[in-house]
Ligand binder design. Structure first.
Ligand SMILES: O=C(O)CCC(=O)C(=O)O
Length: 224
């Protein structure tokens, strides 16, 4: 289902934005010297770069308006249920919906070139309309993410939502803490090393008032 317009027409909570950010020029800050690496267990790690993009609320509004958002449905036991978020996938070679995303990809490619050994190729966009939208615990294990180390870089715009991370229960055997990072308004997180196959991540539902958030996930070829 194509829901462009329906969302903007007010299906859910409206985006307030930061008074200082809407209408501001979209700019990406440096990554060199500004990224904090957090080592995790089992050879996984995350990189954090809070506030990487300024003018991120402006980008949120553009993407909310311009991206052909789709609702998906999936089989859950005997029922087909709505996936509780809207999606749009830009495959390798497809034009990204805003030039600032080309710039983000180019900066990520340059910063991670030596360590990753290949460029980011695809961009998955997700729109969480309010606190009822979510994604369950998972790793990006379709394709090479299930067998090889890789990186998934996520830029968040709009209202912050918690991205939770935990070691896979079968590896942690009941131990291992859950980490939570509130991501929005231009924050960058990069999951790397074995993170996709030894850890899981989720955007949990929240009962707290939550405005909409868009995440842009850059992945390498053959990882979903
Ligand atoms: O929205 C996010 O930041 C996470 C998205 C995600 O995990 C996914 O789509 O696989």
């Amino acid at each position: 289902m194509r829901t462009k317009g329906a969302y903007a027409a007010g299906m859910t909570g409206a985006f307030q934005g930061s008074l200082f950010d809407v209408g501001q020029e979209i700019r990406l800050g440096p990554l060199d010297g500004a990224v904090e690496r957090v080592p995790l267990s089992f050879g996984a790690w995350i990189d954090l770069r809070p506030g990487w993009m300024t003018g991120a609320d402006e980008l949120f509004l553009r993407l909310e308006r311009d991206v052909p958002w789709r609702a998906e449905r999936r089989q859950m036991y005997e029922r087909v249920v709505d996936v509780p978020r809207l999606l749009c996938f830009y495959d390798e070679g497809q034009a990204l919906p805003d030039p600032s995303l080309d710039e983000a990809k180019a900066l990520l490619d340059a910063y991670y070139a030596a360590e990753l050994g290949e460029p980011f190729r695809t961009a998955g966009l997700c729109l969480y309309r309010d606190g009822k939208d979510s994604v369950a615990w998972h790793g990006d294990t379709v394709g090479r993410g299930g067998t090889d180390d890789t990186m998934v870089a996520i830029l968040s715009v709009g209202d912050p939502r918690a991205l939770a991370l935990r070691p896979r229960p079968e590896l942690a055997r009941g131990g291992g803490e859950t980490l939570r990072y509130e991501l929005g308004h231009g924050d960058l997180i990069v999951m790397g090393g074995s993170c996709q196959r030894t850890w899981e991540h989720a955007i949990p539902k929240t009962a707290r008032p939550a405005g909409p958030r868009i995440s842009i996930q850059f992945r390498v070829r053959g990882v979903r």
